[in-house]
Write a protein that binds this ligand. Structure first.
Ligand SMILES: [Zn+2]
Length: 184
């Protein structure tokens, strides 16, 4: 039995979606092979339905992206705030060890401060962190966090700055390596 064009066109939407019986599909396939007009109709169907498929997933992230990005930005801000707090805490803690027995802990604490510094300030951490270190160390000195004299604040800050800068450079290299890996 040969199908009429109008029957085929009526069935095309179902055929495209695979919602016709096997026999009907066979008939339509035969008809399409012999009828260029219906084949063209089918082709346009195929392309639009394929576009639909492409459009749908693209639209979902688009509509979802805004609130998601908002949440991400808010989270990022909170993480920065947290990192900032940790920087101040670690500097205070490290400086309070100055002149004590646990002084050497600073060879670990200060690079960690540098890691957080890079996270918050990126490459600007290279000068912002030593500055922050100096300010906080002065405050810490005035609050009597460390048992040292005022003149010693400068050399200790300079020494700690070197460790902090090492931490910043490590963070930069890690960041650089990860970004390169993601690109490849
Ligand atoms: Zn036809």
């Amino acid at each position: 039995m040969k199908l009429d064009c109008w029957v085929v066109r009526d069935l095309l939407p179902l055929y495209v979606e695979n919602m016709v019986s096997e026999q009907t599909a066979e008939q339509i396939k035969q008809h399409l092979a012999e009828c260029p007009a219906c084949q063209r109709e089918y082709d346009s169907f195929g392309s639009t339905s394929r576009l639909d498929v492409l459009d749908t997933p693209a639209e979902f992230p688009q509509t979802d992206a805004k609130p998601f990005r908002k949440v991400l930005r808010k989270l990022n801000r909170q993480m920065h705030g947290l990192a900032y707090g940790l920087i101040i805490f670690f500097i205070l803690w490290g400086f309070s060890l100055t002149g004590g027995e646990d002084l050497m802990y600073n060879s670990v604490i200060m690079p960690i401060v540098g890691l957080f510094g890079y996270y918050v300030f990126k490459w600007k951490a290279l000068y912002k962190m030593p500055l922050l270190l100096l300010i906080i160390n002065f405050l810490a000195y005035h609050l009597r966090f460390a048992q040292i004299d005022l003149v010693s604040v400068f050399p200790w800050t300079a020494i700690y700055s070197i460790f902090v800068v090492v931490g910043v450079l490590i963070a930069f290299l890690l960041h650089f390596a990860f970004r390169k890996e993601r690109k490849e």
